[in-house]
Write a new protein. Sequence first.
Length: 132
Amino acid sequence: MHFHLLDAGGAFLLEYLILLFLALATLVEAIVMIIMKFNLAGKCFLDALLVNIASLLAGFFLFRYVERIGGDYGHESRRWLEILVMFLVTMVIEGPLLALLNKQKPARQVWLVTLVMNLVTYLLLIAFFNII
């Protein structure tokens, strides 16, 4: 995101962008779960919301550390490395949490759903950041 484009009056927009992305990620990931026949729609939306809140909170705490990764790489390479690290963090958080919320599901199914839904979400995230 181009934070330098935000002046003091526009800084509050960041909060709304985070909430917007949380809503979008929850919607997209729930739809992926429904398409993959993971659960009933209501349960898919609830699970998607819970795992996304958990990974978002972790992202807030970890982002400053992830920014330090790849200091010797060029800007573009470092950005892709940061995205990869955050994707892996997301998988590590959302996979076990989704498994905990769906103890009756086989681990393979949970991890496949976690992988697909986060690939879709991260592709949207990358597109979003390339637009603004």
